[in-house]
Write a protein that binds this ligand. Sequence first.
Ligand SMILES: [Zn+2]
Length: 103
Amino acid sequence: MGGIDKYSGLLYCVDCNSKLYFIRGTTLKPDAWEFNCSRYRKHMGEEQCTPHSIRAKILNEIILEEIHKVTYYVRAQTREFVNFINQKSSAVFHRELNARMVN
Ligand SMILES: [Zn+2]
């Protein structure tokens, strides 16, 4: 697997809100590839965080399980899902519009 990981820029530490850093190394097998808190990796003294490690393989399994749950929900409750997405999209749109008007 080369290039940028599919989760790049999307994962944040639950404690310090720093981005999670993808570690694959040259000696690690793909099953051992993981994400760690970038603040922990920088060794920032008293502000240092803990690793908050999660294996990429486990993260993929969690995401896949969530996709299956959403897919099941969409099939069972299609109308409610469409309404939810329309409301969500509208709320996000209004939030972005308000942020632009302030700046
Ligand atoms: Zn952290």
